[in-house]
Design a protein around this ligand. Structure first.
Ligand SMILES: Nc1ncnc2c1ncn2[C@@H]1O[C@H](COP(=O)(O)OP(=O)(O)OP(=O)(O)O)[C@@H](O)[C@H]1O
Ligand SMILES: [Mg+2]
Length: 270
């Protein structure tokens, strides 16, 4: 059975179709990058896997559940088996690293334990293991608002690990980071993919990171998958087709990722 399987799926929000003709099969333990210009539907595809997007047509199953017929209880249970990481980290910044990581285990704690942040010895051991996995065990008691962006993203990865997920969905995990921090975060994702055997699917704006870290790249344009294969088979002509339509003037100023200086000037002078 595949971890994710989509056959001719049409997806979107309300009455709006965003993705068309999506065929996708993902096996356990893959490391996949999704690339494409802004607005083509990369986040929508990730959120569809998490059961957050409307299916208009076709079939889609995630972790052996058919998303078209799934009930609320099963939907909750598959979401618990999927860890999600965002560009903006979504940490509780005034809490320390340890408590943020423990946040991923909340479902396995009683409410008093969670409220007073009292962890049993075996839970501490697990939390320590997750902090070690992201190389932050020495920062355990550091408040998250004192950390660098790369460290914060690694806390978010450890918190997702604490959920004991089977799939990690990472939506632009490195878009706000400098190259050294970005490499640290991608190395961390690669390590947990290997050591924990987790399926990792990441939306990336940086083609070079997609090539370097994933064994499979999905290229999207205008709501369709137009490339699905190995990084080494992704040639320049296909890259050009994937990024067709991405021009500085089309980038919205509200987007958080660091724009190239030229694009920023173009946007703010517009
Ligand atoms: N909640 C929503 N309701 C309605 N339309 C939405 C919603 N979220 C996204 N869309 C629309 O879906 C389309 C695809 O958006 P999506 O965020 O998936 O693109 P993206 O490839 O992730 O872009 P970016 O690289 O800028 O993050 C866009 O036209 C967007 O306006
Ligand atoms: Mg997006």
């Amino acid at each position: 059975m595949k971890t994710i399987k989509a056959v001719k799926v049409k997806l979107g929000y309300g009455n709006k179709v965003v993705l068309t003709d999506i065929d996708l099969e993902v096996s356990g333990g893959e490391f996949i990058s999704i690339i494409g210009p802004s607005g083509v539907g990369k986040t929508t595809l990730l959120m569809a896997i998490n059961g957050n997007v409307k299916i208009f047509d076709g079939e889609m199953s995630v972790l052996n559940h058919n998303l078209r017929t799934i009930g609320n209880t099963d939907l909750k249970s598959i979401r618990a088996r999927i860890g999600v990481i965002f560009q903006g980290y979504h940490l509780v910044k005034r809490l320390n690293v340890l408590d943020n990581v423990a946040g991923g285990m909340l479902r396995k704690m009683n409410s008093l334990q969670a409220a007073i942040k009292y962890y049993r010895h075996d839970q501490y051991e697990l939390i320590y293991g997750y902090m070690r996995a992201v190389r932050l065990e020495n920062e355990a008691l550091q408040r998250c608002d004192r950390l660098s962006g790369g460290q914060m993203q690694r806390v978010a990865i450890a918190r997702a690990l604490a959920q004991e997920p089977e799939i990690i969905l990472a939506d632009e995990p490195i878009s706000s980071l400098d190259p050294i921090s970005a490499t640290g975060v991608m190395d961390t994702l690669a390590r947990i993919n290997k050591e924990y055997g987790l399926t990792v699917i990441a939306n990336l704006h940086q083609l070079e990171y997609a090539r370097r870290y994933s064994r499979r790249i999905i290229g999207m344009n205008k709501g369709r998958i137009i490339y699905d294969g190995k990084p080494e088979a992704l040639d320049d002509a296909t890259v050009a087709r994937i990024y067709q339509g991405e021009r500085a003037g089309e980038v919205e100023p509200s987007l958080e990722f660091p724009l190239p200086a030229a694009a920023r000037v173009a946007v703010y002078n517009a």
